[in-house]
Write a protein that binds this ligand. Structure first.
Ligand SMILES: O=C(O)[C@H](O)COP(=O)(O)O
Length: 268
């Protein structure tokens, strides 16, 4: 037996609870606060890019700028349609500097008839840099190093993948789009902790102020940059974050209080 919005409920959890991570207790506390203050709900919509060419080949991708597949394009169109159907009116969009996310962002905006919405492209939303694993097949890498090692590289919070060396031809130091960054900021490989460290300034300086200002924001990015942002917004523990997976092309709506506490989240 538990209470939800002042109602006593027994039996299995309502379906809505299965789609977000907040505890009932936390949910009720936030609900009380909402009722007291009478807040205006803020919204952020996450979309992970549609299937990429290297998703399809099961290759570690990271900062490699691969394109969407036809399936990925369809997923992005579907996401745009869902936003339109849900009547979500965006004010601002954020995306990475990688084409799979940028194209997804544009398709979503266009199909929801909001291509005019101002957008910010930033390296801070790039996929986690997979270091020397980039370009390797995930299954073959697991056969070579063991499933557990590969799972640690993929999902642990603070275990770095094998790093690139700065003189590696694939280093992002050779890529003009990162030329404005200080050399020591350009990663040779990242875990989720380091990904989060470069996502937080974007959240604090641009996303959060926009949402606080009442803007509905789209964040079209990558599996791990979105996991990092979700960890920060929802205060997910280092252990729990290992279990969070964000599927490609599925719009994920966060409803937030005016203080940016998460009220609920759900996929469209
Ligand atoms: O960069 C990649 O390889 C993927 O987009 C995300 O991969 P992951 O699920 O192994 O983190």
């Amino acid at each position: 037996m538990f209470t939800f919005f002042n109602k006593k409920i027994s039996g299995p959890l309502p379906k809505a609870f299965c789609v977000h991570l907040l505890t009932i207790e936390l949910y009720n506390k936030r609900k009380e606060k909402i009722e007291k203050v009478g807040i205006h709900v803020r919204r952020i919509i996450f979309v992970r890019h549609g299937q990429s060419e290297w998703n399809a080949l099961n290759q570690f991708t990271g900062w490699v700028d691969v394109d969407l597949t036809d399936i990925g394009m369809k997923e992005a169109h579907e996401a745009g349609r869902k936003l339109k159907e849900a009547g979500i009116e965006l004010d601002l969009a954020f995306t990475s500097v990688l084409k799979r996310a940028i194209k997804t962002c544009h398709i979503v905006l266009e199909d929801s008839e909001q291509l005019w919405v101002p957008e910010v492209k930033t390296w801070r939303l790039n996929e986690r840099h997979y270091g020397a694993l980039q370009g390797l097949n995930k299954k073959e890498t697991a056969d070579k190093y063991g499933i557990q090692q590969v799972q640690e590289w993929r999902r642990s919070y603070d275990i770095l993948p094998p790093l690139l060396t700065p003189d590696d031809p694939h280093s992002a130091l050779n890529d003009r789009r990162y030329a404005q960054l200080q050399k020591r900021v350009v990663p040779m490989g990242e875990d989720l902790k380091r990904t989060l460290a470069r996502v937080i300034p974007l959240w604090e300086d641009q996303i959060a102020p926009a949402v606080l200002d009442g803007k509905t924001v789209l964040v079209a990015a990558h599996g791990n940059s979105l996991r990092a942002l979700a960890k920060y917004m929802e205060e997910i523990s280092d252990d729990e974050i290992m279990k969070l997976e964000i599927p490609t092309g599925q719009p994920l709506v966060y409803e937030l209080t005016e203080e940016l506490d998460v009220i609920k989240k759900y996929y469209l």
